[in-house]
Design a protein around this ligand. Sequence first.
Ligand SMILES: [Fe+2]
Length: 306
Amino acid sequence: MQFVTIDPWPTPEPVDYRPELEAGNVLFFPSSPFNLPERSKEFLRNLNFSGGAIHKNVAYKPSLDRVTGVEMESDRLQRLHEIMRDYSSMVVEFATALLPQYAPHWKLDYASFRPVEEDGRDLPLNKRNDLIHTDAFPSRPTNGDLILRIFTNIHPSKTRNWITTDPFPVIAARYAKDAGLESIARDAASAAGRLKNTSVRFLRNAGLPVVPRSAYDQFMLHFHEYLKRNGDFQRNTAKYRFDFPAGSTWLTFTDVVPHSVLSGQHALEQTFIIARSSMANADQAPVSVLERLCGKPLLETGQPAR
Ligand SMILES: [Fe+2]
């Protein structure tokens, strides 16, 4: 895998960066390609989240225009909300210019502010950032689409330090069977599995807080935790380290590129769900990789790629 530096931005000629991202590379901008005002960054860095006033991160949900994950008095919360809204719309504008082929089809997911020093964070295993993993969201299955995340390090001086490893096709070939791919695919395709999924959809439509998941989403959620728990993988997989400097921006498919964060503080991030149908090489999507490995379909029938 590679870190592809883009400097200057905008590039003199348009470049289709989809193949770089889909192959499991990281696009890196040494200086941020959008300008969040210094006073906004200052405000974020000065928020005091001691005393349990924050969950894992501050989250901003663009579709609802809501900030969640934080408790504070209303005037500061309002300022935080405005900054997160501005940040999110700046990133969308930048990403639309960078990846115009994805933009008409993507789903805008949450943005986040990560205020806590990553080094030494006391989190339960499945939430730990320092163990190498692929991303999967329990509440938002992608049904075969991909998770693209754009990060900016807004710390004034400290780097944000990542370790990555070989991209999904390499890791899946080595570990997917051991992680239970065959049985997840088999169970989902069985009469009982299909009945269960139909029931979950029925309950969802009736307004109950249940999440229908394709076999692909079940596997990806399981694989996230499997990798974190697998000592052999954590110790012995190839490791590529990158220290993202203060002020830099980077993006990658975090379900294609296994990653961990060792240290760093004050990062902003915006997530996009990229439609598989808009990929330059759809056969590189994790779902296609897994379907080839197990020889079975992993998505619901009747749900074509968007
Ligand atoms: Fe992650």
